[in-house]
Design a binder for this molecule. Structure first.
Ligand code: SF4
Length: 267
């Protein structure tokens, strides 16, 4: 495991994401080591031979400090290509340090994580006027979580974190991502979490690049009954039909409650 502290020009980057003007990624690398991690491409930008998941660059020094006045009223996501609360945050407390800049600011801050470590910072979150915390979960089954997200927090801890955040008066959302065909029990997740989740985002499992083979190998090893379905979805045009039908189901489920659903399937 390689941990290196680095200096960066600025922590804040302009974003091309649909719902964020800026993103802040306190770390390069992420110790959650999800098998489907889309952020693995970040490895191209660091001169390191370690596998993704085995190194972290900690952006501990910034040439330009965070200028909250310049960012006023903008939407800022923490984080897009790392988890702001993966294991290393316990030691460096960098996300906590960043959040302090936004106390009483006019920015619309959004945190996205797979960890209940975010609860440590409730004292600061409560002092940021416009903040939403999103937790990402894709199944209620911890055995499935253990296969695809072996180093991330348990499903139970993440659901409890949403409950506590809601109880403390902090806006929450649930990011159901990535949805694994036939393995993600999306409807159940929605039903369990409705009382303490403000809105929902949905993203399907996209298989591209290096992790396509890895995921298909894991399906073949742990869920052989679904292997032919996965091959059909991810190697033929059937994928479009499958996800369109799934989208229709999600829209139906949306009618059953008061929360807004946003679907990010086609990207
Ligand atoms: S938490 Fe996000 S950034 Fe971290 S390994 Fe998992 S998918 Fe990648």
């Amino acid at each position: 495991m390689i941990i290196r502290e680095i200096e960066v020009d600025s922590l804040v980057s302009a974003s091309k994401l649909p719902d964020a003007d800026y993103v802040i990624n306190p770390y390069v690398g992420c110790l959650h080591s999800c098998q489907y991690c889309y952020a693995e491409f970040m490895k191209r930008f660091v001169p390191i031979s370690e596998e993704w998941g085995n190194f972290v660059y900690v952006k501990s020094k910034w040439k330009k400090p965070i200028n909250v006045d310049k960012l006023s009223n903008s939407k800022i996501l923490i984080s897009s290509v790392t988890d702001p609360y993966h294991q290393i945050e316990q030691r460096y407390m960098l996300t906590r340090k960043i959040l302090k800049f936004f106390i009483q600011s006019s920015c619309q801050l959004e945190i996205l994580t797979k960890s209940d470590l975010v609860l440590r910072d409730i004292d600061i979150l409560k002092r940021i006027p416009n903040i939403t915390v999103g937790i990402s979960i894709n199944s209620t089954n911890d055995d499935i979580r253990n296969i695809f997200e072996p180093k991330a927090k348990s499903v139970y801890k993440r659901i409890e974190a949403l409950k506590i955040l809601n109880r403390e008066g902090i806006n929450t959302y649930l990011f159901i991502s990535p949805i694994f065909p036939e393995l993600s029990d999306v409807k159940r997740l929605i039903d369990i979490t409705r009382p303490f989740v403000g809105y929902y985002l949905f993203e399907n499992l996209n298989l591209r690049g290096a992790y396509k083979k890895r995921i298909l190998n894991l399906i073949s090893e742990y869920f052989p009954d679904y292997f032919s379905l996965y091959t059909k979805i991810y190697t033929t045009n059937y994928g479009k039909e499958y996800w369109s039908q799934y989208e229709q189901n999600i829209k139906k489920w949306e009618q059953e409650g008061k929360q807004t659903f946003k679907i990010y399937f086609h990207h």
